[in-house]
Design a protein around this ligand. Structure first.
Ligand SMILES: Nc1ncnc2c1ncn2[C@@H]1O[C@H](COP(=O)(O)OP(=O)(O)OP(=O)(O)O)[C@@H](O)[C@H]1O
Ligand SMILES: [Mg+2]
Length: 275
């Protein structure tokens, strides 16, 4: 596991990290008493550079699983590693974007984007150059001196994406990062994210409730229910994808199955599913 202050490739090299989870289980003690098994015996290997979306009904354990991979909470049982290095706590190797804004309101945009590099001891000139380069790549080159309060919700998400990529993560963990955005802004953010992913190729685990979002982004969609992985689907829709991709037979078929997994079987036409 890389330590804070370790040498860092600030140019953002292409990443080749494999994420492995073996028999991972997580219990929580409820405040009223009793145990909840939020994650149950999850095994998953995500090859280097793969973009995986994790989908499942509310309360099925998605955020818990992401937090375990991030090293924010210790797992009760099992093993998680990145390229063979066991996850024992947070690391800049594993970048995290939450649903709520991960932007510090008291720092200018460029200071936010450079913050991870500052924590790792990168010199001021170098970290500002790097932050500036990533802000340009997400279309925010013109607001680097602005305060977060001067930015729209979509622009703040762009700052969060630039910030996490500026840190050159091997693994990128995103928990419904665009859930609060309107349809158009969300599609724009998908392009921003996919452009950076195709350039630097971190291994991605992206949590979403949105079936269309998952199919526009993912190489693979894994489905979680009651703490367990219950489906694992390769998405072979050609890239670059567009909203028309969602009308292709493969996408329609995946969507029907995924909606059933989400408990929306009543909305799905009968007789059209081939699993
Ligand atoms: N710190 C905690 N203490 C006790 N129980 C917890 C804790 N964190 C999560 N849980 C429980 O674990 C289960 C899974 O929660 P989690 O937040 O991982 O679900 P989720 O799939 O992310 O849901 P959502 O889609 O609503 O965000 C739930 O039953 C939740 O109440
Ligand atoms: Mg959640």
């Amino acid at each position: 596991m890389a330590a804070y202050g370790a040498p860092l490739n600030v140019k953002g090299a292409v990443s080749m990290a494999v994420l492995r989870l073996r028999h991972v289980t997580q219990f929580f003690l409820r405040s009223g008493g009793g145990l909840v098994e939020a994650v149950s015996d999850v095994s998953l290997i995500i090859p280097a550079q793969q973009f995986v979306c994790l989908i499942g009904p509310s309360g099925c354990g998605k955020t818990t699983l992401l937090q375990l991979v991030a090293g924010l909470i210790p797992y009760s049982r099992g093993e998680i590693d990145v390229d063979g290095a066991e996850v024992v706590g947070p690391s800049p190797d594993r970048g995290l974007v939450f649903q709520r804004d991960s932007v510090f309101p008291w720092m200018r945009v460029i200071e936010n984007a450079a913050y991870g590099l500052k924590c790792r001891g990168v010199s001021k000139d170098k970290r500002l150059d790097t932050a500036r380069a990533y802000l340009r790549q997400v279309g925010l080159g013109n607001v680097e001196r602005s305060w977060p309060r001067e930015l729209s919700g979509g622009m703040l998400k762009r700052v969060a994406v630039a910030t996490v990529f500026a840190n050159s993560p091997k693994v990128l963990l995103l928990d419904e990062p665009f859930g609060s955005l309107d349809y158009v802004t969300k599609l724009q953010l998908h392009q921003v994210l996919l452009n950076l992913w195709s350039r630097y190729k971190p291994t991605v685990l992206f949590v979403t409730h949105d079936v269309d979002e998952a199919m526009l982004l993912a190489d693979r969609i894994v489905v979680m229910k009651d703490g367990r992985l219950v489906d694992d689907r390769q998405i072979t829709l050609p890239r670059p994808r567009t909203v028309e991709s969602l009308a292709l037979p493969e996408a329609v078929n995946h969507k029907e199955v995924l909606l059933r997994h989400l408990g929306l079987g009543d909305l799905v036409r009968t007789g059209l599913i081939s699993q």
